[in-house]
Write a protein that binds this ligand. Sequence first.
Ligand code: SF4
Length: 441
Amino acid sequence: MPAGLFTIHTFGCQMNEHDSERLAGLLREAGYEPSPAPEESDLVVVNTCSVRAKSEEKLFSLLGRLAFRKKRRAFRLAVVGCTAQIHGERIMARVPEVDYVLGPESESRLPELLSRGIGKAVALEQSAAWRESEPRTVPRASPASAYVTIMEGCDNFCTYCIVPYARGREKYRPARLVRAEVESLVRDGYKEITLLGQNVNSYRDPEGGLPFSGLLCDVGSLAAGIWLRFLTSHPKNFGSDLIAALKTVPALCRQIHLPLQSGSSRVLKTMNRGYSRDDYLGLVSSLREAMPGLELSTDVIVGFPGETEEDFVATLDVLDRVRFANIFSFRFSPRPMTAAAGREDDVPLSVKKRRLIELQALQKGIQHERNRALVGTERTVLCTGVSKKGGPFFCGRDESHRVVNFSWNGAVSPLHRFLSVRISDCGPYSLRGEGLGFSPA
Ligand code: SF4
């Protein structure tokens, strides 16, 4: 008889997705089982994101629905993650039906709180050192792709960003634990491993001082024959050792997410990003030299306080020069505790909206043109699922993380395997083609 049935709702980034997987593993070890239907749950966990005001609005509308459901059928309600850390008790004050509010470093305590019968708790501790809280088995969303956390927190304090407050100071996971997890994933047949952290390239092994470049080489040798990625790196932490390491790790995908945020050096300064526009463009050239065929994706914020039309045009110009394979773009929204929250949010909403539309339209054209150049070529694809179209159609990602939808007439299912796809058509956001046969990574 299980201790109870649980459901986890996850908002936000890959870190949160993986934290939810880890928490699910800990709850299972405590005798809980995933609920076949959310409304049958004895425990509902909401793993939260605070990076934009919108993600908090979504949280409170979900909590409203859960509070209403709780009137009809009792269950424990836990709010964990970044918004829990930022707002703490205020969440319970606003939604009294919430039983637990646990920050990112305290969410692993949930099974113990439940087993000790503690009805209400708020835990927001933030430590300076890594605390390993991995379950013996992590129930991962995919049998082919896995996240491996190597660090948490951030020391950069970009003026718009809430992460240093929500996730605390940088803490690095001992390299021996990272290696052990990668070894077991490779043994278990995983095809793609992503090293995860808010700032992976500032990593330093707390036990031996190994920098990220060294960890990448170590893990790379363990991940021979599969795909290795890392996320998220900071442009200012790309030293020559790391650029050199990129050349020597065959398992590394030629794909890097390199947040730009703005193309204006003046705005980058007010964002406290630690690099200029020219530094960024110079780094892009060095990375492309080190990894021929490298595809870049990025993050961009428009409408940061003080951003002029000239600054915005400078951002468009960087997109035009770098020709990213993909971007994540947002309107600036002030976040509590951040330095930018104290600045006048002087770019009118209408201007923010117009700039975002203009930027996304430019990028859409760039992506479509780049994808068109791939028509007629063969791409290695990791099949991740059945295409929405059903039938003999599947979907996957190529090395540059582009979405690829393809037909497959093979006798054996391509699910969770590498295969070669001839690209016959494309759109701005995906490629289409025909599966030719299984292939090495
Ligand atoms: S590097 Fe900047 S944007 Fe990234 S998590 Fe740290 S503070 Fe936030």
